[in-house]
Design a protein around this ligand. Sequence first.
Ligand SMILES: [Zn+2]
Ligand SMILES: [Zn+2]
Length: 246
Amino acid sequence: MYLMVFILCFFVAHWYLSLFSQTFFQHRYAAHKSFDMNKGWEKFFFVFAWITQGSSYLSPWAYGVMHRMHHAYADTELDPHSPKYDKNLMAMMWRTKNIYAGIMGKRIAVDPKFTKNVPEWRSFDVFANGWFSRVLWIGVYVWIYIAFAPYWWLFLLLPFHIVMGPLHGVIINWYAHRYGHVNFETSDTSKNLFRFDWLMFGEGYHNNHHVHPSRSNFAMGKGEFDLCYPIILVLQKFRVIRFAKA
Ligand SMILES: [Zn+2]
Ligand SMILES: [Zn+2]
């Protein structure tokens, strides 16, 4: 019983920690610069993202560049991921993966406006985004399950650990461009997935976010609450980050 609870807690912790890194660092900071931080903290969060995302680490630089393209070209042919232009979720994931790899490998020419001020730590990214690191982390997850999981069916959770980062990405990029409600009329298909986003750390308010991309609080409507925002305020209080002067 205790071991089962331990494994389930490990899964939940991995879900939210990995997602926190994605929404706080790769998305709100690297892509949108909703707030600023010094180079030391920037490096800290590169490493934090690597530890929390492990085998599915996303380069903040490549993510930031690709995500800016998503906002600039949302739901057009140039959008790196849009349910309007991919016939199913897997096809969209595959195309996104290829564009991400092309940006990461600098094989795709990108407009300089998409790379401006995106934080880059190339040597670390080459390591953390590489196969050695990915296989190492998969080994860690498998070891934890072999050592502690008391029932075979718990192993069904293992694939989710391995692809955690892209899994969070696709929930927003596919579902939050198809299902949900809108607070704002837009020219794209962005939707808010929930009234209270308990699952996606504020990322579920995707329609709000498309209308106000650089806002650090994604909640805007009645009853909405962005779980990441109080953490941003605490980090601001401790001077880890700072908001741009108005
Ligand atoms: Zn979107
Ligand atoms: Zn965004």
